[in-house]
Write a protein that binds this ligand. Sequence first.
Ligand code: PLP
Length: 350
Amino acid sequence: MKNNKSYFRKNIDEMDGYTPGEQPRDMKYVKLNTNENPYPPSPAVMKALKSLDAGRLRLYPDPLACELRKTIADIFGLKSESIIVGNGSDDILTITTRAFAGEKDSIACFEPSYSLYPVLAELQGCRCIKIPLGYDGDFYIPSDSAKKANGAKLFYIARPNAPTGTLFPIGEIRKICRNFKGIVFVDEAYADFADDNCVGLLEEFPNLIVGRTMSKSYSLAGLRLGFALASGKIIEGMMKVKDSYNVGMPVQVLATAALKDRKYFNETREKICRTRRYLVKSLLEKGFEVCGSQSNFVFAAPPDKDGEGVYRRLKKNGVLVRYFKGPVTGRYVRITVGTDKEIRILLRNI
Ligand SMILES: *Cc1c(COP(=O)(O)O)cnc(C)c1O
């Protein structure tokens, strides 16, 4: 077809869109590429699923998700007014971008970090200031980051970072909250696997939003439930931006059940942290360089620094990990912490 006129906005035509990790269907892999949890969700979720009242599906769900937000608020010692829930934390990120960054504005993020942030900027038609992380064998926040980001309306920081696993010192986050003039969104998708988190900073900084997801630490990637914690005023504004019914009734019920089972949650995350220590130790023994990880994955570079080679070799042998092109990231592969058995298979083939 000649003269193929496009009906799309210019920024949509020009962008590539987000590339999720492979979800192959051609054969059964040991799947360590998308940071899913290897353990099933809490038995309380199965129980709640069985007793779901399908008749209630006739009605719209609670647009304010009161019970779910109250459950989250209790866990964090906050008020329900400080919580917003969404269709996965990707929905929370979309809401945040739409709420705080207009066309011609900019957002800031580190590089390498979660690759959705620049995509959100493109969708919104705003600019993305990419601030390279410092690198000295591991990744760190450069000291002038707030200054470099200033001018942007929104600063996305994944902590622990993806794909590197780094838990940036909390003092660095505090410094950015103090010196950056816009909203600081700390994406804590992996914080349940880390030694500390930024929830305690919310009292101190009115420009801070903390994002969470149930996809990783609650084994509920298929459910789609994410949430954010911030001041009542920030949440009130974000509520105006979200779809009225952005979380369905079954999701609200099942997420609440999972959150209430603290015992299962704690057991599962401890198992993952234990396997992570075993994986890190084994990779170091094989001569890999391993970034400090406080998440459910590790970022590791083989002795020959050929990340792609490792990725290909593993895939041929039925083990999927994630590889990120790039001068520094290309030396590494990102390996999701699976069960001990899955990790033993990985180690045999790496
Ligand atoms: C997985 C991930 C998310 C997305 O979580 P969902 O709730 O599944 O949308 C957000 N941020 C980071 C850094 C992640 O790794």
